[in-house]
Design a binder for this molecule. Structure first.
Ligand code: PGA
Length: 239
């Protein structure tokens, strides 16, 4: 595990964007695992600028996102599909048909989850997975739990996660969906390379427990200690 403590959010975003640009330039048809939330917005801005400047092309890249809220209408501006379109996909030269988000529509949950896992397999697996971390140590919507989840599944969101995401729902915690469909810990661990971002003091405790504490499903990100190729980028110091 490589840990980069950057001086600020811009430097964090710059380092992460450079790693992603390097991966795409090395393998132009790579599969990127992408994340939503406040943390990667700076990275997505830099990827968009680099693409506009001709420094990278996403024309052959395929993407799979970590998660999507349940219960939102198709096209809801708070959906992660809308987030990705706005912050990245519309601003780069990617073929939107090559961008994938878990299917949170109504219907058999097991079938929809199995289809997403099969899709990732059919793309050849994820080359580089971008992750944020929740204040409770979650990755994707894999909340603290007595065990590590395996594949894509429907997950109930914790109160702290719903509170943290209220900003995207007019600061109304009760408007945040109660569940989501998310890639599992097992799916995330299958990525060939992982990039974990943590920005702001509020993430210090969770990140410290994840990288310095025991591997424990009550701190889901701690599982990354068992992966052979993880870069952690934060904008605060950790001991
Ligand atoms: P944030 O979310 O980037 O909005 O802090 C990260 C996460 O909860 O995974």
């Amino acid at each position: 595990m490589r840990i980069f403590c950057e001086k600020d959010y811009v430097s964090l975003s710059r380092r992460a964007a450079d790693i992603i640009i390097g991966a795409v330039n090395k393998k132009p048809d790579c599969v990127l695992g992408l994340a939503t939330g406040s943390t990667p917005i700076g990275v997505y801005d830099m990827l968009s600028s680099a693409c506009a400047a001709g420094k990278v092309s996403f024309a052959r890249v395929r993407t799979v996102n970590l998660d999507e809220y349940m219960g939102l209408a198709a096209g809801d501006p708070a959906s992660y599909r809308a987030f990705m379109n706005e912050h990245l996909f519309r601003r780069i030269d990617i073929d939107i048909a090559n961008t994938h988000i878990p299917d949170a529509s109504a219907g058999d949950e097991n079938i929809r989850c199995a289809r997403y896992d099969a899709l990732i397999e059919s793309l050849g697996g994820v080359d580089l997975q971008l992750l944020g971390i929740g204040r409770n140590g979650h990755i994707g919507f894999n909340e603290p739990s007595p065990y590590f989840s395996v594949g894509t599944h429907e997950a109930e969101l914790s109160q702290s996660t719903r509170r943290a995401n209220a900003a995207f729902f007019g600061n109304d915690e009760n408007a945040v969906p109660k569940s989501a469909i998310t890639m599992g810990i097992g799916s995330i661990m299958k990525a060939r390379s992982i990039l974990l971002l943590a920005s702001g003091e509020a993430k210090r405790e969770a990140l410290t427990r994840a990288v310095r504490g025991n591997v424990d499903p009550m701190v889901p990100a701690s599982v990354l200690q068992l992966h052979g190729d993880v870069s952690v980028i934060c904008d605060f110091q950790i001991d």
